[in-house]
Design a protein around this ligand. Structure first.
Ligand code: ADP
Length: 423
């Protein structure tokens, strides 16, 4: 089937989050990890390509996004979605804006929107300012993120240095007036030459209005939630039918490993709650890893009963992360942890693990790469934006849960196992 919406996500958990929300509609959603090397076959109405470009060098992020776009165009897509984090994770240079501008140029469009809001997960935008729960982004735990610390909450100030063309805002009072008002503002901004339009949203109803008003644009950008109304809208436009079939994936055997490389505050609470259940656990220390390599953790893992779903984690408080980064360098510390958790994943798989739960966006990227997984089918949601996914790795059927930083509640790891049992 020709692809109706071609999506490009800047990290793996962002891609699974988006795919999961699109799949809520009953539409078939396929997620490809990295730009596929062969031409499109067996395509779904919603194709999501997961890149690992959030913190990649800008030229690489742009090249990957353009290649993904070209593949999606070959798959028949005429509408596109550029997905980034609901906390607008980026550096002063990008990559959110530069990639959007490159995609706009290739698609041949002169305007797009930016709506990272995800009200169900507490991300809202008001007067261009992004909030995480009740806190402005820059006062939220995102200010301490190891790779993309967010020190400003104002999306216009964050986006402007990342793009060449003008940035504008459609604020919440306008959104509250409905679809026609948003469409009118969009057109007025276009006349003024405003290419990049940030749109406020504080509730799902706002997202519905925005999706209705903006669905004619060939490129939309945002967090996953703004894409959620699109399947129903496309169905009412007659572009696809929603058959609401179940995924049909049976839960694989219980042998499980849980891997956490996220240091987000919610993940820290999740790790603590999981340890409190009595689950076997091993804490990775980046300094010890730099000195002695991964032997100790791999030996520990080899001794574990995978039916007890052991946890390996590097998750640590900001002070401890900063100490490791000061000693090893931010990138090197991150890579060391990611490589080690990726090796734990393949080792556990070879020892019989058929369920792998990963916390951390970058960490999930490293794990899926090591498992050589290149396509995922989307299954049941564990928490908003985090579905179980099904794939094959080294000839084995594996269920993978990929969770980015602050998603899920404290009981996420046990929730994931319970939900898989119930399918
Ligand atoms: P999140 O989804 O919470 O952003 P990520 O996996 O994307 O999580 O990013 C966390 C980064 O921090 C990864 O690169 C990871 O390897 C790194 N990291 C994890 N634990 C530590 C630690 N104890 N010290 C330094 N860096 C760490």
């Amino acid at each position: 089937m020709a692809t109706v919406l071609g999506c490009i996500a800047d990290d793996f958990t962002g891609a699974t989050d988006l795919a999961g929300l699109l799949a809520r509609s009953g539409a078939r959603v396929s997620l490809r990890i990295g730009v596929p090397t062969s031409p499109p076959t067996d395509t779904a109405p919603f194709e999501v390509i997961a890149l690992k470009s959030r913190t990649a060098p800008q030229a690489e992020a742009i090249a990957d996004a353009r290649a993904a776009l070209a593949w999606l165009q070959t798959a028949g897509a005429e509408r596109f979605f550029w997905k980034y984090c609901s906390t607008f994770d980026s550096t002063a240079e990008g990559n959110i804006g530069p990639v959007a501008e490159a995609l706009m140029a290739d698609i041949g469009t002169d305007q797009t929107i930016y709506c990272p809001a995800f009200p169900e997960n507490g991300r809202s935008i008001y007067m261009g300012n992004l909030f995480v729960g009740e806190q402005p982004l820059s006062e939220s735990p995102m200010k301490d993120h190891p790779l993309t610390p967010m020190r400003d909450s104002n999306l216009m100030r964050l986006l402007t240095p990342q793009v060449r063309r003008d940035v504008g805002l459609i604020n919440q009072p306008v959104v509250a007036q409905g679809t026609a008002a948003v469409r009118g503002s969009l057109d007025a901004l276009r006349t003024q030459g405003t290419a990049h339009v940030i749109i406020d949203a504080v509730a799902d109803a706002d997202l519905e209005t925005i999706a209705r008003a903006c669905r004619h644009l060939p490129l939309l950008t945002g967090g996953s939630a703004i894409a959620m109304p699109l399947p129903e809208l496309y169905a009412s436009d007659g572009w696809l039918s929603l058959d609401r079939t179940e995924t049909g994936h049976a839960a694989p055997p219980a042998r499980t490993v849980v891997l956490s490389g996220s240091c987000s505050s919610m993940t820290r609470a999740q790790v603590a709650a999981y340890i409190a259940t009595g689950a076997p656990h091993y804490r990775l220390d980046p300094l010890a890893l730099a000195q002695d390599g991964p032997r100790a953790v791999l030996e520990w893992l080899a001794r574990q009963d995978l039916d007890k779903a052991p946890l390996v984690y590097a998750t640590a408080a900001p002070a401890s992360v900063k100490a490791a980064q000061a000693c090893l360098g931010t990138e090197a510390a991150g890579r060391l942890v990611e490589d080690t958790l990726a090796t734990c994943a393949t080792t556990a798989r070879d020892a019989g693990a058929r369920r792998i739960i990963v916390a951390g966006g970058e960490t999930s990227g490293a794990v899926t790469k090591a498992l050589r997984v290149n396509r995922l089918d989307i299954g049941h949601e564990i928490a908003p934006g985090v579905p179980w996914t099904f794939c094959t790795s080294a000839g084995h059927d594996i269920a993978l849960a990929l969770k980015s930083g602050n998603f899920g509640t404290e009981t996420f790891f046990t929730d994931a196992l319970r939900i898989l049992e119930a399918t």
